[in-house]
Design a protein around this ligand. Structure first.
Ligand SMILES: [Zn+2]
Ligand SMILES: [Zn+2]
Length: 317
């Protein structure tokens, strides 16, 4: 009886192996929790805590509705799944959300109990790291993404103290897509309505991602306010409520497509982000709900624009 059952299973497995080749797939699961926290380090004076963490030092703390996305990778099983989602849901609930929901983060897990050695503040990036440690023994995770608000989130991929932090912001600007070397007709052929002579505008959404190592005590890869101020000073303030082609000298020569604007923002932010102790990872510019452009920043390579200027293929149109 047992033998017959084994034979049947082997047959099923062989059939499955022949029909469905092994294939890696990433799945994502969303979860939520609400929790409070406070940024305050006992080794610093009140004045220094205040200077470092601003309003986040206020007792007894403040709260967020956190949104968590857990990414997992694996081969598809015979049921067409990487994992059974009800098992995934159960693990995330048991190991993370049931413990964190309606908690005071500074107390709930020893990793955030700041009087212990090795503990760090429950910042977005540090919470993502500790959630990874809690889930990794149970699930084949590849990324933990944690939103503290809709404009601030962290990604952690299991690399020791390294994490990614993203802020999103916006600016409004007008532009016109046209190469100065071409006629209106030629430009209209390439850029369509965007070549119209008096321009048009967008509410641009901008996401800037930095990468760095978390400080074990502050739990931060960089000072958040300095990060926000750098983006504000180098991009939002100079770009907001402008006609990009006329008000930003760079775009007098370079056509301000979403791609070129993203590249220019990358070039403007690389140095200021280094100065706050992190490195720029990615710039994503969302021009409309229908189109966006993103550029990665690891390589201090020659910008795409400079390369394009060297081989002006469009001039031959
Ligand atoms: Zn907070
Ligand atoms: Zn446009």
């Amino acid at each position: 009886m047992v033998y017959a059952e084994e034979k049947r299973l082997i047959k099923v497995n062989i059939r499955f192996a022949l029909l469905v080749p092994a294939m890696k797939c990433t799945i994502n699961r969303r979860a939520q929790f609400s929790a409070s926290h406070r940024y305050w380090l006992p080794e610093l004076s009140d004045v220094d805590n205040q200077a470092k963490f601003g309003r986040c030092t206020r007792a007894p703390g403040h709260g967020h509705n956190y949104e968590l996305f857990v990414s997992m990778e694996g081969d598809l099983d015979e049921y067409g799944m990487v994992l059974n989602l009800s098992d995934v849901k159960k693990v995330i609930k048991q190991e993370v959300t049931e413990q964190l929901d309606f908690s005071y983060l500074n107390d709930v897990w020893p990793e955030f109990q700041i009087d212990r050695s090795g503990a760090g503040l429950p910042t977005t990036e540090n919470i993502a790291r500790v959630i990874w440690q809690r889930l990794a023994p149970h699930l084949p995770i590849t990324n933990v993404q944690l939103f503290e608000t809709s404009t601030l989130w962290a990604d952690y991929q299991g690399n020791d103290m390294e994490a990614y932090l993203t802020i999103s912001t916006h600016f409004s600007a007008a532009h016109r897509l046209a190469l100065p070397t071409l006629t209106l007709e030629q430009n209209s052929e390439i850029y369509g309505l965007c070549a119209r002579e008096n321009g048009h505008g967008h509410n641009y959404h901008l996401e800037v991602t930095i990468k760095g190592k978390m400080d074990p005590r502050t739990g931060m890869i960089a000072d958040l306010v300095e990060f926000q101020n750098a983006v504000k000073a180098h991009v939002v303030k100079p770009f907001d409520h402008t006609f990009l082609n006329k008000d930003i000298p760079y775009f007098a020569e370079v056509v301000p497509t979403a791609e070129n604007i993203a590249v220019h923002i990358r070039d403007l932010l690389r140095q200021p982000i280094q100065e706050i102790g992190a490195s720029l990872h990615k710039v994503k510019l969302i021009e409309s709900p229908n189109n966006s452009a993103e550029v990665y920043c690891e390589e201090p390579a020659e910008s795409n624009v400079e390369q394009a200027m060297k081989t002006p293929e469009l001039a031959a149109v």
